[in-house]
Design a protein around this ligand. Structure first.
Ligand code: SF4
Ligand code: SF4
Length: 368
């Protein structure tokens, strides 16, 4: 049975240092060997201040890096942001400033190696730095996600797919959330982080994971050697049936996680956490598909008043479903696979997921 720590915490370095040391010390004295190359993989989705709750807080990353350096490791911090240059992301998230004085390398994921993640995808490109590190510390953010419900430890490892290849893999998984969850689980299993800590001190609720979500103070750090167990524990804390987290379901179906967790700490249930509205993506028969996509199933919609025509959404859209004119962006809902990458990368909160009126009526009638 895998152990998961759940601890109260704030963004104060001495306390964070204690929490991190307690978790890592549980792995044994030789867990971090002097000279080991340790990769920290935070959530650095886009350039954004830490108080927006979009990225893993830099003070948590500092506490983890300090622990690793104290144990003689060579520490690298890497991710592949959805938008903005890595340099800009490091500046706006205050990583550079907060980590000053620590002998840490910052490097975006760039080169990939082909890794066999199993059927049906076979060999797919995953960041070389992740595959070649001696240890990987997965520092995820506790956020809602309009497609996958929550983005926690397992999903954070999707960031090891380099740059624009992420939307490409979204595209290959298509509209089916279960298929995408399976892909996430397979990638996570191939990378196999050695420890996962989810930053739930300032979490995100509502229509996350980008700027459409709302920061929510939870004051929690949840960590353990098995990300699936960490994610399951978070579901319990948030009062959510873990069966609703598809990466958890797929992890069990694929046999990479047995569902058994030993929790260390208080499981105080957060009863009023706001989850995203998530509706069926089922498109019915081929004949109905077009109609359903346009008028029934949840879809991304843009607010022209907020749109700055920056181009990030149409650049990242894997389905080439976004066009634009001088007023704003337009979606081709026949093409759109509902991956919500556009919501993730929009720095101006100009896109959100919305269920059309017909969809709401249908859901009311059939209660799905
Ligand atoms: S919707 Fe957002 S990401 Fe797309 S062009 Fe407008 S501001 Fe940029
Ligand atoms: S329009 Fe948005 S949700 Fe649809 S495929 Fe493109 S990025 Fe994904």
């Amino acid at each position: 049975m895998t152990k998961v720590f759940i601890r109260q915490a704030t963004y104060e370095l001495p306390l964070l240092g204690e929490r991190v040391a307690e978790m890592f010390d549980s792995m044994g004295p030789q867990w971090i060997k002097p000279g080991a190359r340790v990769l920290i993989k935070p959530n650095l989705l886009l350039p954004s201040a830490p108080d927006k709750a979009i990225v893993t807080h830099p003070l948590l990353v500092r506490a983890v890096a300090a622990y690793l350096l104290d144990h003689g490791a060579k520490v690298q911090v890497s991710d592949s942001p959805g938008t903005g240059s890595f340099r800009k992301v490091l500046t706006e998230t205050r990583y550079k400033e907060v980590m000053e004085g620590l002998d840490v390398t910052f490097s975006p994921f760039e080169a990939s190696v082909e890794v066999d993640i199993g059927e049906p995808y076979g060999r797919i490109p995953i960041a070389r730095d992740a595959m070649e590190a001696d240890r990987i510390i997965n520092l995820a953010k506790l956020k809602t996600h309009a497609q996958m419900f929550l983005t926690l430890g397992v999903k954070n490892i999707f960031g090891c797919i380099v740059g624009l290849r992420k939307p490409e893999w979204h595209m290959r998984a298509g509209v089916d959330r279960r298929v995408f969850a399976r892909l996430l689980v397979q990638i996570h299993h191939a990378v196999r982080p050695d420890f996962t800590i989810v930053d739930g001190i300032l979490a995100m609720e509502g229509q996350g994971p980008g700027k459409s979500g709302r920061p929510r103070q939870l004051g929690l750090l949840i960590g353990g050697a098995e990300a699936h167990a960490v994610d399951k524990t978070i579901c319990t804390v948030l009062g959510l049936d873990p069966e609703k987290l598809l990466t958890y379901v797929q992890g069990r179906e694929l046999g990479v996680f047995d569902g058994q967790v030993h929790v260390s700490g208080d499981l105080n249930i957060v009863s009023d956490f706001r989850f995203p509205e998530l509706h069926s993506l089922s498109l019915g028969t081929e004949t109905l598909s077009r109609f359903m996509r346009k008028y029934v199933v949840q879809k991304p919609v843009a607010d022209d008043r907020k749109c700055k025509l920056c181009g990030e959404c149409w650049k990242i859209c894997p389905a080439k479903a976004i066009t634009h004119n001088i007023r704003g962006v337009k979606f081709d809902y026949d093409r759109c696979i509902r991956c919500y990458c556009c919501i993730e990368v929009c720095l101006h909160a100009a896109i959100h997921a919305k269920e059309p009126l017909l969809g709401r009526v249908r859901r009311y009638l059939i209660r799905d």
